[in-house]
Design a protein. Structure first.
Length: 151
């Protein structure tokens, strides 16, 4: 399994960063590898991604979610991946977003990308895009404040 861990500090309150992150269908606006996400219900969504020119689709399940703290997921079919995003209050007006993604690279292109660190750089760049997106807006586009307990 490959793994990426990255963080970004954003100049918005922790609840604003968290609320925006719960709007999965907006991810293509700041995550370069995401083509689309369809929210199926509160804990299930369908992803279409393109990484290194390779298109993949998979379904994912939210396995744990706590407002202003964390969102964890795992794929249920297709591309094997799992991860967690945690939210940390730095001050009343700033927060840290930490992302950990674990996945199984498939094929020569994905394995080479992992070895050369392309995935790490891509996640770092996309977190910077999230920072720009949320700071420019200054507020979230929506929110889901439900709690999903860990199994």
């Amino acid at each position: 399994m490959a793994q990426v861990i990255e963080t970004v500090d954003v100049d918005v309150p922790v609840d604003t960063a968290y609320n925006q992150w719960t709007q999965f269908e907006s991810f293509p606006r700041f995550l370069s590898f995401v083509e689309s996400i369809e929210q199926i219900d509160d804990t299930h969504n369908h992803w279409k991604v393109k990484i290194g020119g390779v298109e993949r689709e998979f379904d994912a399940e939210i396995t744990e979610q706590h407002p202003d703290e964390r969102v964890a997921w795992k794929s249920t079919d297709g591309t094997t991946n799992a991860g967690v995003v945690t939210f940390h209050k730095l001050s009343d007006t700033s927060s840290r977003v930490a992302v950990q993604i674990d996945w199984k690279p498939e094929g020569v292109v994905e394995k080479a990308g992992d070895l050369l660190g392309f995935d790490q750089r891509s996640v770092k760049k996309d977190l910077e895009h999230f920072k720009e997106f949320i700071e420019d807006a200054g507020r979230e586009e929506g929110a889901w404040r439900g709690d999903v307990p860990r199994d």
